[in-house]
Write a protein of this length. Structure first.
Length: 220
């Protein structure tokens, strides 16, 4: 089962968004993310958050259509997207896709990237995706293998203080037993050289950001 979290940030073009979603996805909307669902004619399985950016009529309509509404106070320690991630993980999905998690609020965007740690600790493959980026987390237990086209851009950035034993093959600038540390972002803008890219680490947490400058990113 795949679970999609539709947050209230910039979710991109509606046609692109419709192409990402599948009919059998479990859809969890974060507050204003339910507006995207309404525009796409989708009924969320769950709507969660403090509902400060969602019209009450939209909320009422989805409630009548069968959506579960989980309302939380605005004054709380957790972000709405964190609550949605917890809800998604409770359903024990095979994969989580987070949409609408990036936008004009950099603090929210960075906080949402940190939620990848929460998912990987539960052993659930999770990606944050928009039209231009796909963000995932590499750990010692979870390496990355993907098929890319020649010249495709991707970046690697440490999410922990240091990342030890970074190995990258199938790229323009391969790495062997490299060390990444916070404050030295030299893993930006590597390029796919062959079709198959493999990335592994020995310890730490490493962000993989795949880039599609055409704005046609898909969940691969």
């Amino acid at each position: 089962m795949r679970c999609v979290i539709l947050s209230g940030g910039s979710a991109g073009d509606l046609n692109w968004l419709a192409g990402i979603l599948r009919q059998d996805d479990r859809i969890i909307c974060v507050d204003g993310g339910a507006d995207y669902a309404a525009k796409l004619g989708l009924i969320p399985d769950v709507i969660i958050g403090d509902m400060d950016s969602l019209d009450s009529s939209t909320l009422l309509n989805f409630s009548r259509l069968g959506s579960v509404i989980n309302t939380f106070p605005a004054a709380k320690n957790e972000t709405d997207t964190l609550l949605a991630m917890a809800e998604a993980l409770a359903g024990m999905p095979d994969e989580i896709i987070v949409l609408g998690a990036l936008g004009t609020r950099f603090d929210h965007s960075l906080a949402n990237v940190h939620l990848l740690v929460m998912a990987v600790e539960k052993g659930v493959r999770t990606k944050i995706v928009n039209q231009y980026n796909e963000i995932s987390l590499i750990t010692p237990r979870e390496s990355a293998v993907f098929e890319g086209h020649h010249g495709e851009i991707f970046s690697l950035l440490p999410l922990s203080g240091e990342v030890i034993g970074v190995n990258v093959t199938g790229v323009r600038w391969p790495l062997r037993d490299a060390l990444f540390v916070i404050g030295n972002p030299y893993g930006v803008s590597n390029e796919v050289a062959a079709g198959r890219v493999e990335i592994s680490i020995t310890s730490g947490l490493l962000l993989l950001i795949r880039v599609d400058e055409r704005g046609e990113m898909c969940c691969r």
